[in-house]
Design a protein around this ligand. Structure first.
Ligand code: PRP
Length: 213
C-alpha cells in the first residue's frame, strides 16, 4: 500500500517558490485553480500527496503533532519556536535576513523598547549583546512601531529592504540569514522513511543542479 504523505506548506512568500521547486523535482503540486481558491487542504491523489496550506507560524505545530508528515517553512519560524521536529533540508528559497532596524538615529535609550513578531529571537539576541530591552510582541506591519513611537528598534525579516526604505527606516544589523526549510515529524520520518527519502533526493538534485547545495 502506498502511504499518503501530508505536507504543511507555509502560505505567502514561501509557497510559490516552494511549489516551483517541487515541480522542477518532478513532485506533484496542486493545480493553479486550487491555489487561487480558498481551499486549505489540496490533494494530488494520483501521487498520494496532500498539502495543508497553513499560516507559516503554524506549520511546525502541524508537523510536531504529526497531522502533517512534512512541512515547508522559513528558518525564521523554526528559530523562534524550537519545535521537536527534524529539519531535513535547506531548500535555499525565499532568502531574506532577520535584522534589527529602526530610525536612522543611532542613539538608544538605556532600556529601549523593541517591537517584533519574533520575541524569542529578539530577546536572545539582545541578551547576547548585553543590552537590556523591553520586547513588545506584534502580529505584523512591525515597521509601524518606530514610526509612531511605540519602539526604538524592531526585529523583523528584511527581504528587498523596500518596506524599511519606504518608511524611512534603516537596517542596523543582521541577526541571521534565513531560507526555507523542509521539516519532518519524527515518527513519520521513521515510518514513511522510504517515501520521504525519495522526496528528499528529488529536491536535493534540483537544489544541487542550481548550484545552491
Ligand atoms: C515581511 C516583513 C517585512 C517585509 C519585508 O512582512 O515582516 O514587513 O515582509 O520585506 P521587504 O524587505 O521586501 O520589504 P510580510 O509581508 O510577511 O507581512 P507582515 O508585516 O504583515 O507580517
Amino acid at each position: 500500500m502506498v502511504h499518503v504523505l501530508t505536507i504543511a506548506m507555509a502560505k505567502g512568500r514561501v509557497m510559490e517558490e516552494a511549489f516551483d521547486l517541487f515541480q522542477q523535482a518532478g513532485l506533484p503540486v496542486p493545480k493553479a485553480d486550487d491555489l487561487d481558491s480558498r481551499k486549505l487542504v489540496v490533494s494530488v491523489p494520483e501521487n498520494e500527496l496532500t498539502f495543508f496550506l497553513a499560516k507559516p507560524m503554524d506549520v511546525p505545530t502541524y508537523v510536531e503533532y504529526g497531522v502533517a508528515d512534512l512541512g515547508v517553512v522559513g528558518k525564521d519560524v523554526l528559530m523562534e519556536q524550537s519545535r521537536d521536529v527534524y529539519e531535513l533540508l535547506d531548500l535555499k528559497i525565499s532568502p531574506c535576513r532577520m535584522s534589527v532596524a529602526g530610525k536612522p538615529d543611532s542613539t538608544l535609550s538605556p532600556h529601549p523598547k523593541v517591537a517584533t513578531k519574533y520575541p524569542r529571537i529578539a530577546e536572545q539576541y539582545f541578551k547576547e549583546q548585553g543590552q537590556q530591552v523591553e520586547i513588545i510582541s506584534l502580529h505584523g506591519s512591525v515597521e509601524l512601531a518606530p514610526i509612531i513611537g511605540l519602539a526604538e528598534r524592531i526585529v523583523d525579516i528584511v527581504s528587498t529592504g523596500r518596506t524599511l526604505k519606504e518608511n524611512g527606516l534603516v537596517e542596523w544589523c543582521c541577526i541571521a540569514d534565513i531560507t526555507s526549510r523542509l521539516i519532518a515529524n519524527k515518527g513519520s520520518y521513521r515510518l514513511k522513511n522510504k517515501r520521504i527519502q525519495k522526496i528528499l533526493g528529488d529536491l536535493e538534485r534540483v537544489i544541487e543542479k542550481e548550484g545552491n547545495l
